[in-house]
Design a protein around this ligand. Sequence first.
Ligand SMILES: Nc1ncnc2c1ncn2[C@@H]1O[C@H](COP(=O)(O)OP(=O)(O)O)[C@@H](O)[C@H]1O
Ligand SMILES: NC(=O)OP(=O)(O)O
Length: 310
Amino acid sequence: MGKKKVVVALGHRALGTTLPEQKCATKSSAKILADLIECGLNLVITHSNAPQIGMIHTAMNEFGKVHPDFTAVPMSVCSAMSQGYIGYDIQNALRAELLRRGIYKPVSTVLTQVTVDPYDDAFHEPVKVIGRTLTEEEAFQEEKKGNYVTKTEQGYRRIVAAPKPDKIIEIDAIKTLFDAGQVVIAAGGGGIPVLEQNEELTGASAVIEKDLISEKLADELDADILLILTSVDCVSVNYETTQEKALHEVTSAELKEYMEEGQFEDYTMLPKIQASIDFVEAKPGRKAIITSIAKAKDGYLGKTGTIVTA
Ligand SMILES: Nc1ncnc2c1ncn2[C@@H]1O[C@H](COP(=O)(O)OP(=O)(O)O)[C@@H](O)[C@H]1O
Ligand SMILES: NC(=O)OP(=O)(O)O
């Protein structure tokens, strides 16, 4: 039997937020990814980017203040930069960790574009929170520039459209590397959102939900497992109440019932649940696992985490 094909989706916890945090977090995440490779898994890695894209966007705006010819930097360009910046740290950390264990395996990042529908309703209702918390004055300035802002418990945050992913443009390159047994970091931050017009691709002002692209990537690569690594060991029902119950083995049908009951928070756990359901229902024998980055190996071994089957 060949090696198991796994798409791993890394959340915020695996990446950190600031530059030094990211350097440090990717080093510890690399150890966990290397453990999975030592278990005999072939990995494609994808990841979050909301804090990083916010940081890049702020930095580019600051640059605009000192450069007279500078026009606002599109969100798609910030997304491309975030893929390069995060991919760079993950690929170097993982390469070094594998070498320390005596394993030579090429690790590379593929800048990945994903088409979105220009008529997607999401463009009329931005919901995706990016970047740091803003003061009231900063929020006011963002709105003056035509950007969207929402008020959260912690303060003001920027929000952008989160359209559904359609086509992964670089899928053939990713497949070729994956099929050759190489480690690929792809479709980071949901992929660079683009609109397709004949032969041309133009950047869209949006950020795609990384859990949704993880599912599409895993489906198109015909992966056996979609492994979503987040900040909780298990998905729970009655989350953060005295009746909280962790879900260990669960079917997609059961998850749909819990969804109907509103058990999963929008924009955090809900997209992970939706991605897991779609992935396992598309083909028999598939498994989706949702667990924390620290418990990745135990999750794969079935010792912890929420394991979803059809
Ligand atoms: N029913 C639930 N069970 C477990 N966690 C939940 C649930 N509903 C919401 N969450 C929240 O989802 C968060 C994970 O989502 P998110 O912050 O988007 O992580 P990531 O960056 O890893 O994608 C958890 O930290 C938890 O607070
Ligand atoms: N692109 C994306 O979904 O990023 P986060 O997971 O950081 O929100």
